[in-house]
Design a protein around this ligand. Structure first.
Ligand code: ADP
Length: 275
């Protein structure tokens, strides 16, 4: 992203951000975008906005992150100029228990939007990764602040590897990570990809507020799942379970059938899935 001073003393935004702003004006998600050329973490900044009363739908967008977050204290690699890193502030009028379903709807939205923007087949790896060709192209990290019996806000952080080249990735990631460019063999517009994600997220979120974790959403998630019917290991801090992933149940928990035919239920929390 390049910043040219014009008029003097002010910075002009990169054209892709201007495009994104104009595509989203008057919309709920992305109707207001706070842009940071560099930031520690968009989720962190978005929580600050949330605590200061910012309205639902506000987006914090960064060109690069110095401390991008993954789940369970992991890091999200966030180089500048090539990818998308943003966090969306939501204020669903729901009890905290419903927050566990938000990353699931976000996964559906991101996979659907990425497929639409690129023509590539994007799938969901429970709970929060979006894979293309079995490799991670996007990640989602939702964080909630509760207030009494309600949700104060949820920050949905999304990172998408857009034009990142494999040779620029840190070597340990090259086997597990990919980008839209690597898979599609061409560059993609960050504004187009972000715009599709905002649109799809807005659609799914509004339906979620109306219908809750519906049969429609569950089927859509199961249809996009990378893990269903595969043998997987669910790993917690001090325990693991092996079995065949059956998909989500009515509450959005992942079902795993072990060798003995016993069914285990997992909500995302502290569990990771290995294939
Ligand atoms: P998990 O998939 O194990 O639940 P997270 O969703 O928390 O992990 O993502 C963090 C992990 O993803 C990191 O430990 C690293 O292996 C990998 N990772 C970090 N940055 C990226 C990136 N930009 N693209 C793809 N994978 C990444």
């Amino acid at each position: 992203m390049s910043f040219k001073a014009s008029p003097p003393g002010r910075t002009r935004e990169a054209p892709w951000v201007e495009e994104l702003r104009s595509a989203r004006k008057d919309k709920l998600i992305g109707g207001e975008i706070f842009l940071y050329p560099q930031i520690d973490s968009t989720n962190q900044k978005s929580r600050e906005y949330g605590n200061r009363g910012a309205r639902e739908g506000v987006v914090v967008l960064a060109d690069s992150q110095s401390a991008g977050k993954g789940r369970l204290g992991r890091e999200w690699e966030s180089p500048g100029g090539v990818n998308l890193y943003f966090s969306v502030l939501l204020r669903p009028p729901l009890p905290p228990a419903a927050a566990a379903q938000v990353p699931l709807l976000a996964g559906v939205a991101v996979a659907t939007a990425v497929s639409r923007a690129t023509g590539l087949e994007a799938r969901i790896k429970w709970p929060n990764d979006v894979l293309i060709g079995g490799k991670k192209a996007a990640g989602i990290l939702a964080e909630m602040e509760a207030e009494g019996a309600g949700i104060r806000f949820i920050v949905v952080g999304i990172g998408v590897n857009v034009n990142w080249r494999q040779k620029e990735m840190p070597p340990p990631l090259r086997k597990t990570a990919t980008s839209l460019r690597e898979e599609g063999k061409k560059e993609f517009s960050r504004s187009l990809v972000a715009g599709e994600i905002f649109e799809e997220l807005e659609k799914e979120y509004i339906l979620f507020l109306q219908e809750g974790f519906s049969e429609r959403l569950r089927e859509k998630w199961n249809g996009l799942s990378w893990v269903n019917q595969k043998r997987v290991t669910a790993v917690a801090l001090d325990q693991k379970w092996e079995g065949r992933a059956l998909g989500l149940d009515r509450d959005g928990a992942l079902l795993l059938e072990d060798e003995q035919g016993k069914i285990h239920r997992f909500i995302a929390g502290d569990i990771s899935l290995r294939l």
